[in-house]
Design a protein around this ligand. Structure first.
Ligand code: C5P
Length: 223
């Protein structure tokens, strides 16, 4: 099959990562979770004891650090300066501050350049907030995946319960998701929005398999 790129954007908890990973697996493409890159910078900022408000120090740190994304069958492994941070970047401490880091223009510029490079030879399924609008405006397929705040919070809650994590209640999760949606939609640089040519998919009452099948169906039309 000829290679092409797929951009999947949408708000927090819409199921982008799971769906992007499954679509990539089915096509033999590489899955890239760009949120993990913003999380990796946030992790390093915390390790160095910096505040997200210390913008020039944060930018200098991001320029020095090395982020590696390694495709694995079970998902993407994330290394920062050789340290495996795959799990550590998913904690509440990181989630609470990542949108602040992601609103810094120079950080976005740096990570977007890396993302464009990763997708240059095609065969990439990339998920994020600005992939269809900014990172890969020429992606052959663009999906804007959403679901109601309530549904997204319930899914996250179940995921956390299944992994034995009781850090947050359902209503705290709902508030956190709504807060991140707002920050991501209202930021000045590359806010979260649907690209004009993206296909809107509301997964509120769809299963993961149904969403994956629909996307794979769109791919068949493309090739
Ligand atoms: O996808 P995930 O929830 O892990 O992303 C974490 C945060 O990183 C988002 O809430 C958003 O602030 C930021 N992000 C972004 N642009 C992307 C991917 C993620 O601003 N392409």
């Amino acid at each position: 099959m000829e290679k092409f790129n797929i951009a999947i954007d949408g708000p927090a908890g819409a199921g982008k990562s799971t769906i992007a990973r499954l679509v990539a697996g089915a096509l033999g493409f590489v899955y890239v979770d760009t949120g993990a890159m913003y999380r990796a910078v946030t992790w390093k900022v915390q390790q160095e004891g910096l505040s997200p408000h210390q913008e020039s120090e944060v930018i200098a740190l991001a320029r020095r650090m090395r982020i590696e994304l390694i495709p694995r069958p079970e998902g993407q492994q994330v290394l920062v300066d050789g340290i495996d941070v795959t799990k550590d970047i998913r904690t509440t401490a990181i989630t609470d501050h990542v949108s602040q880091i992601a609103s810094i223009g120079d950080i976005r510029q740096l990570l977007v350049a890396m993302q464009k490079q990763m997708a240059a030879s095609k065969g990439i399924v990339m998920d994020g907030r600005d992939i269809g609008t900014h990172v890969l405006p020429d992606a052959e397929i663009k999906i804007f995946l959403t679901a109601s705040v309530k549904e997204r919070a319930e899914r996250r809650f179940k995921e956390m319960q299944d992994s034995g994590n009781s850090e947050m209640t359902l209503s705290q999760l709902e508030q956190d998701i709504a807060r991140r949606d707002q920050l991501d939609q209202e930021r000045e640089i590359s806010p979260l929005r649907k690209a004009q040519d993206a296909i809107l998919m509301d997964s509120t009452s769809m299963t993961i398999d149904e969403v994956v099948d629909q996307i794979l169906g769109l791919c068949k039309d493309k090739v």
